[in-house]
Write a protein that binds this ligand. Structure first.
Ligand code: SF4
Ligand code: SF4
Length: 163
């Protein structure tokens, strides 16, 4: 089975193969649930379950249509608490990075990344927040990102990913 991206027209298998990834200690996961038990996103969105994602990676059954793959907030709690050194955050990020490279990142994420490349933040600076900063005597925010940031984005492939 394949899935076709509406944006890029590219196709990819519905099941994402994890063969190319370099997961550390994945086979040591004994499904204790410490990662999902401490995950702040799961508390709000029970459908996002890092323990289950690790299990699916282990079984090589990552469903690319699972929109919850993109819900990780990168807080590193699972990384710190896993008793087996599995680094669950690394598992999910390797998968989402790979899907991004193939053009399958959600449109909202791509837009956010494009905005970061343009102005250095993921959303427009509103008049409301400008005024709020003034009221708090905070300096004006720059509206451009540094040349170095763009260079890093090009070197890491981010510029290409958001096209
Ligand atoms: S990844 Fe670690 S914390 Fe999560 S279920 Fe597996 S062993 Fe437990
Ligand atoms: S890094 Fe992601 S998966 Fe891990 S606990 Fe934080 S939000 Fe959950």
């Amino acid at each position: 089975m394949v899935r076709k991206s509406l944006e890029t027209g590219k196709t990819t298998p519905t099941i994402h193969s994890v063969e190319s990834h370099n997961f550390e200690n994945l086979n040591l996961c004994y499904q204790c649930g410490t990662c999902s038990g401490g995950c702040p996103v799961t508390r709000l969105v029970p459908e996002f379950n890092i323990r289950r994602i690790v299990k699916h990676a282990k079984d090589d059954k990552i469903d690319v249509n699972d929109r919850f793959l993109w819900y990780c907030s990168t807080c590193f709690i699972c990384y710190e608490r896993c008793p087996q050194g599995v680094k669950p955050i690394d598992v999910i990020h390797q998968i989402t990075n790979s899907l991004s490279r193939d053009g399958f990142a959600p449109a909202s994420l791509k837009e956010g990344n494009k905005k970061i490349l343009e102005v250095g933040r993921s959303s427009e600076l509103t008049k409301f927040s400008e005024q709020k900063r003034k009221n708090l005597n905070l300096p004006e925010l720059k509206t451009d990102v540094s040349k170095h940031f763009r260079e890093i984005a090009t070197l890491t492939g981010l510029t290409e990913m958001v096209k």
